[in-house]
Design a protein around this ligand. Structure first.
Ligand SMILES: *[C@@H]1O[C@H](CO)[C@@H](O)[C@H](O)[C@H]1NC(C)=O
Ligand SMILES: *[C@@H]1O[C@H](CO)[C@@H](O)[C@H](O)[C@H]1NC(C)=O
Length: 174
């Protein structure tokens, strides 16, 4: 009579290998930096590229689409060390409040993450104290990335629309 042991052993070792290969190389990284959205200034980093014909009469600027290449720096000072750039777009997507739909890539230039990217896509109600947005992917050191960001306004100039936003990024990746 054949012993059932080899089959059991095979199933056991197989499931062991699968779970090990999924979890063993996963890392969790926390990044902290400041995002500078300069709408008006000597070198703007955020530019409106499209709008609806009703955008300028909308209280929430509904329908505006803004292209950004915003510097990410180590401290709230724009002249502090450059960590990377937030490149992409945000759309004024709410008719009730200042609510953005953000679609951007954080492209890092500093140290071990130089050349790696993270992709953030989500809703950003800019007058909320803390906004959470999903990290939906990444490249380089951030392959297989998933996680979230917490965005908090550090400074906002109502006249120009210029903003400095503190970002905490929590991401799991390989
Ligand atoms: C906006 O565009 C639509 C469609 O072209 C037009 O019907 C409407 O009158 C325009 N509204 C304004 C405020 O210009
Ligand atoms: C980042 O990588 C680029 C291209 O490989 C290189 O030219 C640059 O010196 C690197 N920057 C830092 C801070 O390591």
């Amino acid at each position: 009579m054949a012993s059932p042991l080899p089959l059991t052993f095979f199933i056991l070792s197989f499931s062991l290998v699968v779970s090990t290969s999924i979890s063993s190389n996963e890392k969790e990284t926390h990044l902290h930096f400041y995002f500078h959205d300069i709408v008006i200034g000597k070198s703007p980093t955020a530019m409106r590229i499209a709008q609806a014909n009703t955008t300028d009469t909308s209280k929430t600027l509904f329908g505006a689409l803004v292209m950004i290449d915003d510097p990410l720096t180590e401290s709230s000072d724009l002249d502090s060390k450059l960590i990377g750039h937030a490149q992409g777009m945000y759309a004024l997507a709410s008719q009730e409040e200042a609510g953005l739909m953000m679609a951007m890539t954080f492209s890092f230039v500093d140290q071990e993450f130089n050349g790696s990217t993270l992709v953030v896509l989500g809703r950003n109600a800019v007058f909320d104290e803390v906004r959470e947005m999903p990290v939906i992917g990444g490249s380089g050191k951030f392959r297989f990335a998933k996680g979230y960001v917490l965005a908090k306004t550090y400074a906002f100039d109502l006249k120009t629309g210029n903003a400095v936003v503190e970002y905490d990024v929590h991401v799991r990746h390989w």
